[in-house]
Design a protein around this ligand. Structure first.
Ligand code: YH5
Length: 293
């Protein structure tokens, strides 16, 4: 399977709510990395300060991500910041589904849903989402089956333990090997459940049960994950690993985030999950020019 396999998986036409065609195939088919904009619809979002907790503001922010050139927008209603408590199913559905419905009508960009709950996966795809992104790698009961039945691309991410406990002394035998083995096992589980191979995306899960040195090792060896034969997604944007490396608070982590994005793409990442879409596109424009020359 090639890195462009994600392409065939994502619909090349709109998800049916009256938007323009997505043309995602041209994006990855051209070998260009994709930029996935982050749309948090949690009241306690780490950097939105609750500003986007209403439907209107969430949709407005989604439109901005699209205008900045996002290839994909990831809509999430569960805050997975370290120590956080999960929302109820009802809360998560109420946050995510109206945003997917409304944003899907307004932007010609495919939407993914950042969730671990099969009920949310089903409702979001019914509302127009084109992809499932699960930080728990479809390990919740019913999640594998839902993803397979929905027939959409799925991103499986590595996390050690749970958001409540993941940053309490994380340990690995060898972080790169351990994370890669986990992702390979989840790929097999997905395939066994009936997920199409061209629908698989993997993510090492930066910040999810990793120390500073674990995160740096994973980024340095990201090419180990491209060996799994499916597109690799990377989420480093504004994360505390960058705060640790630069001494910056969350609002001042753009330069660190862009450096991380560049390194990730140079080591084979296919999808960059970021807050700052326009700035990330600029990084890719420079890299593109160099690669073309
Ligand atoms: C990810 O890496 N992350 S939610 C703390 C931050 C900044 C950002 C304070 N969902 C990922 O975005 N899905 C999340 O700094 C994800 N990969 C995939 N596939 C956490 C998040 C964040 C947390």
């Amino acid at each position: 399977m090639t890195r462009s396999a994600l392409v065939e998986g994502l619909p090349s036409t709109s998800s049916g709510r009256g938007g323009a065609p997505h043309h995602l195939s041209r994006v990855l088919g051209a070998g260009r990395p994709m930029v996935c904009g982050i749309l948090n619809v949690t009241p306690d979002s780490f950097s939105d300060g609750g500003l986007f907790d209403s439907l209107e503001r969430a949709v407005e922010h989604g439109c901005r991500l699209a205008a900045e050139g996002a290839d994909l927008i990831d809509v999430g209603g569960e805050s997975t910041r370290p120590g956080s408590r999960p929302p109820t199913l009802g809360e998560e559905l109420d946050r995510v589904v109206p945003v997917v419905e409304a944003l899907g009508r307004q932007v010609p960009v495919p939407l993914s849903v950042d969730t671990s709950r099969p009920e949310v996966m089903r409702a979001a795809v019914a509302a127009g989402a084109s992809m499932v992104n699960d930080v728990r790698a479809l390990q919740r009961p019913g999640a594998l089956e839902a993803a397979a039945e929905l027939g959409v691309p799925v991103c499986v991410m590595h996390m050690q333990r749970s958001p409540e406990t993941m940053q309490e002394d994380p340990r690995y035998r060898d972080v790169v090997t351990d994370v890669r083995t986990f992702l390979a096992e989840r790929m097999v589980a997905c395939l066994d459940a009936g997920v199409r191979p061209e629908h698989l995306v993997v993510d090492p899960g930066f910040g999810f049960g990793k120390t500073l040195s674990h995160n740096v090792a994973l980024l340095a060896s990201l090419d180990a994950f491209t060996g799994l034969g499916v597109p690799v997604m990377v989420g480093l944007s504004r994360k505390s690993v960058l705060g640790r490396l630069t001494g910056r608070t969350v609002g001042d982590r753009l330069p660190g985030s862009l450096a991380a994005a560049l390194v990730a793409v140079q080591r084979g990442a296919s999808v960059l999950r970021v807050h700052d879409v326009a700035a990330t596109r600029d990084v890719l424009a420079v890299l593109d020019a160099v690669d073309a020359g």
